[in-house]
Design a protein around this ligand. Structure first.
Ligand code: NAI
Length: 342
């Protein structure tokens, strides 16, 4: 029997959403037997807005244009597209919410200012989700700083169970898999058991120490430990900046792909013998204070239930890397403490 899934996407006029929306609508994620209704949220139009150049448009107008294009794809799975600037309407009855929209860092703005500015957006969106979403809603926060935005939204939408709130480390995971595959000269599929621990930022720990290549420890296949520590890890941590340098714009196609992969894994489960990376609300696993949104290795079953992989160990390098990203997330939590009720 055909079922229907409602999916909210915020920041629907932005570049990540543009690379993601058709894939959500097409059946690729939820299957050919599931109808999709997309709810696109953008910021309200500014009446006094002056276009910075002749082709510039307000984000809500772009979202409307994207909705027109989605309809023009003629997907058999797409039932409707709703475009709105009202979060209550956007989250009404949704089964998935992909929170991509966030304020960009402005000139002269400190990281702390960005945390505060975005924190306020995610206070409102956490409350609006709790009030309006379907009882089975799952939420993926993509907009940066995504772990701490997720922390704020979760704390303000606590009527929704903690296990439903995720922040995206899947792009980092995919980057980490691909970089090992390239170095080892193997297909991506040969690389398993990769984890992005901690924050989606340049303190993340792309864990090569527990990774496998063709079922063998990655460190036995790539024996150049100096390369792993001083080239591979910084390359993964700074890949976002390298993309910005090359494109003049931040990653969009691969970011959208990371979000699509995340949702697919949570809808269909992870493959036997492997796991994926997701930032989830910690219950204290691996010594992380409970309540922090921390990147972990997770397996997911076909009913969307997930579990953190237990019992991985770290060598001295891994312990230091883990501690660094944990410290950063604790500092970010402190910077938004006024936005965390109870
Ligand atoms: P963009 O600037 O092209 O689009 C962002 C859109 O969000 C804009 O249209 C803006 O109007 C909208 N927006 C801002 N506040 C909003 C609100 N309160 N409600 C609804 N919409 C709102 O940015 P882009 O390139 O699409 O990136 C989106 C976000 O994703 C950024 O925060 C970026 O840093 C983050 N990102 C995260 C990645 C990850 O791996 N977690 C990877 C790549 C990007």
């Amino acid at each position: 029997m055909s079922k229907t899934v409602r999916v909210a996407v915020t920041g629907a006029g932005g570049q990540v959403s543009y690379a993601m929306l058709a894939r959500l609508a097409s059946g690729e994620v939820f299957g050919d037997d599931t109808k999709v209704i997309l709810h696109l949220l953008e910021i309200p139009k500014k009446p006094d807005w002056t276009p910075p150049n002749p082709t510039a448009r307000q984000p809500l107008d772009i979202a409307e244009g994207n909705a027109m294009e989605l309809l023009d794809c003629g997907f058999p799975t797409l039932l409707d597209v709703v475009v709105t600037d009202d979060a209550n309407k956007a989250f009404n009855g949704v089964n998935w919410a992909l929170l991509v929209g966030a304020a960009p860092r402005g000139p002269g703005m400190e990281r702390k200012d960005l945390l505060g500015l975005n924190g306020k957006i995610f206070v409102g969106q956490g409350k609006a989700l709790a009030k309006n979403a379907a009882s089975d809603v799952r939420i993926l926060i993509v907009g940066n700083p995504c772990n701490t935005n997720c922390l704020v939204a979760y704390h303000n939408g606590k009527e929704i169970p903690a296990d439903r709130w995720h922040a995206m480390t899947r792009l980092d995971h995919n980057r980490a898999v691909s970089a090992l595959a390239v170095k080892a000269g193997v297909p991506n599929a040969a690389v398993t058991s990769v984890t992005i621990w901690g924050n989606h930022s340049n303190t993340q720990f792309p864990d090569f120490t527990n990774a496998k290549i063709n079922g063998k420890p990655a460190t036995e296949v790539i024996t150049d430990r100096a390369w792993l520590e001083t080239t591979y890890v910084p390359q993964c941590q700074n890949r976002g900046a390298a993309i910005i340098k090359a494109r003049g714009l931040s990653s969009a196609l691969s970011a959208a792909n990371g979000a699509i992969d995340h949702v697919k894994s949570f809808v269909r489960g992870t493959p036997a013998g492997d796991w994926t990376s997701a930032a989830v609300v910690s219950k204290g696993e691996y010594g992380v204070p409970a309540g922090l949104v921390f990147g972990y290795p997770v397996t997911i079953d076909k009913s969307s239930n997930w579990k953190i992989i237990d019992g991985l160990s770290f060598d001295a390098f891994g312990k230091a890397a883990f501690q660094k990203t944990l410290t950063e997330l604790l500092e970010e939590k402190d910077a938004v403490k006024d936005l965390l009720p109870g």
